[in-house]
Design a protein around this ligand. Structure first.
Ligand SMILES: NC(=O)c1ccc[n+]([C@@H]2O[C@H](COP(=O)([O-])OP(=O)(O)OC[C@H]3O[C@@H](n4cnc5c(N)ncnc54)[C@H](OP(=O)(O)O)[C@@H]3O)[C@@H](O)[C@H]2O)c1
Length: 250
């Protein structure tokens, strides 16, 4: 297993789902984890759990859709930690399921603010800190919807494919500062986000299973392995690693 001792890892949406699995996983591998989700209670509760297990973590509430929150988050990180070695732009939302003709400009703005503007703005604040400390790594969490955009999921697919483009631009612009920038495009895995779609949409679970070659919805921890891979490799930048059980292979 990789060793992240002496590294500080900032995980947005780090309190639940994949974010929680990454917070626990990086802490177990020795990192100091900064958990940044909207609810301070959830961030603090997970940070306490990690600390009680002998790990190092702090929780700082921030809504990634709000630039003021990101400014405050970065300011607190500078004061309390001084550095970030790995940023994982994981927080994402999908509040706009439905036909394009029914969706609203307000839903569009919210989706763009959380899924694309926030990850860009946060990375743009963190990259100069990384450059000042000799480099770092950024991982943007996309979705296979970026490369296989499904009907009735237009804003989600568009924001995730926008983040894939942004990943490549970040990789080009920050390589000279020794900052690697990559993305992971998961297929369906167990989380609150997917469970709420399963509860709301008849046939969603079966459809998700059958969309993959492996005919199953992955466990959250399975996505952790590709995250560790991109976080440790020294030579890979500008790629999207697809972890989708074969969804995009057919
Ligand atoms: N689940 C899947 O099958 C799947 C597949 C492909 C890609 N993804 C992507 O993977 C990422 C994680 O998804 P998940 O399914 O693990 O999510 P999840 O279980 O719904 O958890 C979302 C996390 O993000 C936080 N969050 C939500 N909105 C936020 C905001 N505006 N600012 C800051 N934090 C916010 C939540 O905490 P608070 O409520 O406290 O803010 C929570 O910690 C997302 O980018 C998603 O698009 C998921």
């Amino acid at each position: 297993m990789p060793d992240f001792k002496d590294q500080t890892v900032l995980i947005t949406g780090g309190s639940r789902g994949l974010g929680k699995a990454m917070s626990l996983g990086f802490a177990q591998q020795g990192a100091t984890v900064i958990i940044a989700s909207r609810k301070q209670d959830s961030c603090a509760a997970l940070a306490d759990e990690i600390t009680q297990q002998g790990g190092k973590a702090i929780g700082i509430a921030a809504n990634i859709g709000k630039t003021d929150d990101i400014d405050a988050l970065v300011s607190q990180i500078k004061t309390r930690c001084g550095r970030v070695d790995l940023l994982i732009n994981n927080a994402g939302t999908n509040i706009a399921l439905g036909p394009l003709t029914d969706l609203t400009p307000e839903q569009f703005d919210k989706m763009y603010q959380v899924n694309l503007r926030g990850p860009w703005y946060l990375a743009s604040q963190i990259a100069p800190m990384m450059a000042a400390s000799g480099g770092g790594s950024i991982i943007n969490i996309l979705s296979v919807a970026a490369m296989r955009p499904p009907a009735f999921n237009g804003f989600y697919a568009a924001t995730k494919s926008g983040l894939e483009s942004m990943t490549k631009v970040m990789a080009q612009e920050w390589a000279e500062d020794n900052i690697r920038v990559n993305a992971i495009a998961p297929g369906p895995y167990r989380s609150d986000l997917v469970d709420s779609s399963i509860a709301a949409i008849p046939g969603f679970e079966e459809g998700m299973r059958n969309s993959t070659l492996l005919k199953r919805i992955a466990e959250t921890e399975e996505i952790l392995k590709p995250v560790f891979y991109l976080a440790t490799d020294g030579n890979i930048t500008g790629i999207t690693l697809i972890a989708d059980g074969g969804l995009t292979a057919h």
